[in-house]
Ligand binder design. Structure first.
Ligand code: GLN
Ligand code: ZN
Length: 765
């Protein structure tokens, strides 16, 4: 008997037109009340379940909706909100929920100017995605009490609409793993014993509510787990198994490797594996998972936007189906949270390119086609359409450029190397630039004022001509240069007024990139990003920044830094083609950016910064794969920078990540100067740089640009002194943590005045 089912691990909750964002922000502003917000949530859920049902999914997924974040939902579901969000015990759950997510803003404004405000939970990246979750806080006193009313209400909502329901939960071990201990000596794993009864109770309640399956996500099974965490899985799932609920254990993002046999033997009714990133394991899973259990294969890529090659997918699935005696579930590899809503909305996109894409909605249709075909029913039309699209992408001259291939092949072996070693370059650069000790600079962007944004919007809508926009931006650049001169900064920047986004700006000018209108992906809360799509070979038809930079340089005798985004960051913040290795795409981007470095240098620009804030986040989830990634990623950077003469000073910039475990690779970038975010950790980050004896110059950020609080001269001086204890003073630069585009001019000027004063005090010593 054949039994093929389709399901999804989760669906984008933000809505086709970011309806959730609109509803949330109206509510936060106080323009709408809680009923309106709840109604917006209900409408979106109903719409998304309807789409799942229309695509023939056998179960709709409930529990993937969240007003802010699914991990925050679990914090309330298990009643483990940190005490500071308890207020006086009378606040509605949703008020406490938003306080966890955003801090208690009313308290902020109303009483003490924020001094005693309740600060929000930390946010950090969900595995290797660009989605940020709220980090649960655990202490020795943490208790868990089930508060399932919201989830059960959503289950009832779906059932009332006639859907068969699968509830989706984050698993207990992953939930604890993702949290952080607030006190020394607290081991999160010790809390499992207290947490499990709440999970068991929930499973029982879901079963009683008529939920057919419960999907429990344990993506940490794809990580290098400490043995005690690995050993916790079996007893944990034996205990949960007592509830009698049918559990589908979901893993994704990474191969299971040494956890594979463990995952196969856990006492659950089904196992989902990532058929894209762990394809090589499918045959083993198929053989090791005892047959009465259901195998769910994530055959459609939930992390990327390309149409699935259905013929190839069928050839993978058919033998597996046979081995599983005709029983198989099909799904996207992971939740569809990480892809945009629907390609159908992209009417402005070139139709041929659009035909190569599948966003969340189309991915559901792909599952339907696969199911039909596997059952032996007629899927010919859908298969033929898919086949044509795959073929057109494979042979398109817009994807494959002989010129780019030749240029990459012609790169000399030492293209990733500067001519002289750092010490010699440093001497040449010092003679050329004549900077004081503790030179001051900024990270690139200055405030993106309303006027700047209005000019850009007017250009996009066609209400001003390119010429007029250019005049406006040149005036903004002149303004930024003038202010920096007045502040007495040593190395100036043009201010990035012309850039909406540091990746989009370059993507729009490079060949091989496309942009969608509605391709939003949730980043955190109501915030979304619209990543560019790298569909073809990347090349740079013309210079991208030289005009703006030379204009800025013409206005000052001080050096102006050229400002570029590095190849790894461009790659990391885009949807990347999947028909060639990422390393090759990175190299193509590197080559394009290398030409920009050469042109800036040719135009007389003496300092060029190549930003790589995303270098760290490209690291694979498994340590065993780090080297391979770091090798090609750092090479891509060096290829971009390698064209610089000894006298051209190359800077790089990184921020908001843990860098200490990749210091050798950061050093291997061989940038002459690195500016790096450090002030939030009170320069702790620099300990690593000191111990490692970082060889080149460093500008540790002396103030946190994310906070509206302006630190005084003493405070910045103290940080610089602390830095000077671990970094040779001759190697120190003075700068903020990151770009200033989100700040206003007033605070920026006060902060930079203090920063310059702190540098002067250092020089006076
Ligand atoms: N040059 C960029 C800026 O200043 C760097 C931004 C970043 O690090 N994310 O805005
Ligand atoms: Zn930064």
């Amino acid at each position: 008997m054949q039994s093929i089912h389709t399901h999804t691990l989760g669906f984008p909750r933000i809505g086709a037109r970011r309806e959730l964002k609109t509803a949330l922000e109206a509510y936060w502003r106080g323009d709408t009340d809680v009923n309106t917000l709840e109604e917006a949530g209900r409408t979106l859920r109903a719409r998304h379940w309807a789409l799942q049902a229309q695509a023939g999914l056998d179960l709709v997924t409930v529990g993937d909706f969240a007003f802010y974040d699914q991990v925050a939902n679990h914090i309330q579901l298990f009643g483990c909100e940190p005490a500071r969000f308890g207020f006086d015990g009378t606040e509605p759950a949703l008020t406490r929920y938003f306080a966890m997510a955003r801090g208690d803003r009313e308290h902020d404004a109303a009483c003490c100017g924020g001094q005693h405000s309740v600060h929000a939970l930390d946010m950090t990246k969900w595995f290797d995605t660009n989605y940020h979750y709220l980090v649960p806080e655990f202490s020795a006193a943490t208790d868990f009490t089930l508060c399932a009313s919201r989830l059960l209400a959503e289950v009832a909502e779906a059932q009332a609409l006639g859907h068969a329901v699968k509830a989706a939960l984050i698993g207990p071990l992953t939930f604890l793993w993702l949290g952080k201990a607030k006190e020394a000596g607290v081991d999160r794993l010790d809390l499992l014993e207290r947490l499990l009864p709440a999970y068991s109770q929930l499973l029982t309640q879901l079963k009683e509510a008529g939920v057919e399956w419960v999907q429990i996500d344990e993506p940490i099974l794809g990580l290098d787990l400490p043995p005690e965490w690995r050993n916790a899985f079996e007893p944990c799932y034996w205990q949960l198994n007592q509830s009698g609920a049918r559990v589908m254990l979901a893993t994704y993002f990474s191969p299971l490797e040494e956890n594979l046999s463990l995952a196969c033997r856990l006492p659950v009714a089904g196992l989902h594996v990532d058929g894209v990133r762990a394809r090589q394991e499918l045959v083993n899973v198929c053989d090791w998972l005892p047959v009465p259990k259901v195998l769910s294969i994530g055959i459609v890529d939930g992390r990327n936007i390309w149409r699935t090659d259905l013929d190839q997918a069928l050839s993978v699935l058919r033998p597996l189906l046979e081995r599983r005696n005709g029983q198989l579930w099909l799904a996207p590899s992971c939740s569809l949270l990480h892809v945009p809503f629907s390609v159908a909305d992209e009417t402005a996109l070139d139709p041929e390119l659009a035909s190569w894409l599948a966003f969340a909605t189309e991915k559901l249709d792909e599952l339907a086609t696969l199911k039909t075909a596997l059952r032996g029913d007629d899927a010919d039309v859908a298969l033929a359409t898919a086949r044509a699209a795959i073929a057109s992408r494979a042979r398109s001259s817009r994807v494959h450029s002989d010129e780019v291939a030749q240029a990459v092949a012609a790169l000399p072996a030492d293209a990733d190397r500067r001519h002289a070693p750092f010490a010699q370059r440093q001497a040449v650069q010092r003679a050329r630039l004549r900077l004081p000790d503790f030179p001051t600079t900024t990270i690139g962007s200055f405030p993106q004022t309303a006027a700047i944004r209005a000019a850009r919007a007017a250009l996009k809508s066609g209400s001003i001509a390119a010429q007029e926009y250019e005049v406006a931006m040149r005036a903004e650049i002149a303004h930024a240069v003038g202010r920096q001169e007045a502040l007495g900064l040593d190395v100036l920047v043009h201010g990035e007024a012309e850039r909406n986004d540091m990746v989009e700006y370059f993507g729009e000018q490079l060949d091989g990139f496309a942009f969608t209108r509605f391709g939003w992906v949730q980043s955190y809360g109501s915030r979304c990003v619209k990543p560019p799509i790298i569909f073809g070979d990347v090349a740079r038809p013309r210079a991208m920044t030289v005009g703006w930079t030379t204009h800025a340089q013409s206005l000052s005798h001080k050096p102006v830094k050229g400002m570029l985004t590095g190849p790894v960051t461009i790659l990391q913040w885009s949807f990347v083609r999947d028909d060639q290795p990422r390393s090759l795409t990175a190299l193509q981007i590197a080559l394009a950016m290398r030409h920009e470095v050469a042109d800036l240098q040719q135009a007389g620009i003496g300092i060029i910064q190549i930003d790589e804030p995303a270098l760290r986040e490209g690291l694979p989830l498994r340590r065993g794969r780090w080297d391979e990634y770091l090798n090609w990623a750092t090479r891509a950077f060096r290829v971009t920078a390698g064209v610089a003469d000894d006298a051209t000073q190359i800077h790089t910039h990184m921020c908001y990540a843990e860098f200490n475990d990749i210091l050798p690779q950061i050093a291997a970038l061989d940038a002459d100067v690195i500016t790096i975010e450090t002030s939030r950790s009170d320069m702790e980050l620099l300990d690593g740089f000191g111990k490692f004896s970082y060889p080149n110059e460093i500008g540790p950020g002396v103030y946190d640009i994310h906070s509206p609080r302006v630190p005084g001269v003493d405070e910045m001086e103290r940080l610089l002194r602390k830095a000077a204890q671990v970094i040779p003073a001759k190697h120190l630069w003075v700068n903020p943590d990151c770009g200033l585009k989100t700040r206003g001019w007033k605070e920026t000027e006060v902060a930079l005045t203090n920063m310059v004063a702190a540098a002067h005090r250092m020089r006076a010593q």
